[in-house]
Design a protein around this ligand. Sequence first.
Ligand code: NDP
Ligand code: 8X3
Length: 252
Amino acid sequence: MKKIVLITGATSGIGAACARKFAGAGYRVIITGRRAELLTAMAEELEKTFGIEVLPLCFDVRDREAARRAIDSLPAAWRDIDVLVNNAGLALGLESEYAGDFTDWETMIDTNVKGLLYMTRLIVPGMVERLKGHVINIGSVAGDAAYAGGAVYCATKAAVKALSDGLRIDLAHTPVRVTTLKPGLVETNFSNVRFHGDTQRASNVYKGIEPLTGDDIADVALYAAQAPAHVQIAEVLILATHQASGSVICRE
Ligand code: NDP
Ligand code: 8X3
């Protein structure tokens, strides 16, 4: 029986790259996000390119009941999820902590922290019951140390690390594994979202440095998922060669 992976935020960037990478490795893929049209297009693309089965689920991870309904709606053949990739997330704004936008803060906390927790709570019990499973949480180098204007986003990613570590402890008596991936600069739609559609400002983020791609992160996610059962890749920090930390970036 082919393994099943569920990837949140698979309509773009790192999540889309993970969907393609796991599909290429023969997984059956559940892709989620809020944009139904993109999910349908991606499902068709993956089925055609890789000849695997894909199930799109459209919901907002911030909506606990919608997430529950989506997971409850899974047909029996899709219920036994082997790998959960908690990827859906975003940064909004780059204002100082004393001047940030309340709505932006709440959206980041609700998505990056509470959404990840909801998905974990809905899917991990089945993994424990089946004595099989793997949770891959997408954290960030931003969770290691705060940078100017990033306090709330950095705090959500520090929370992802703490939640992953806590889950690993709580699951240590089971075969279920927990991995945190902490990417640095990855060129995706991330900065367009952060700067509310200001594409010029977004492209400046990647100027003078060769950033990572979604594929670079998906390669590591697949490696962790395919490691032998006794090997738990607990945490990986993945940086572009000319980035040394969240705030040390050497540009041309
Ligand atoms: P993108 O903006 O390209 O993709 C973000 C994905 O998250 C989209 O598929 C989006 O789907 C989904 N998403 C956002 N909000 C929600 C929501 N409320 N409910 C469901 N899905 C949601 O960015 P990235 O691929 O770069 O980001 C993916 C993850 O990687 C994030 O957690 C981010 O914090 C993390 N990360 C990114 C880095 C980077 O430099 N790019 C570096 C380190 C970590 P839709 O809009 O369809 O809902
Ligand atoms: C995204 C990477 O450095 O822009 O988590 O915060 S960074």
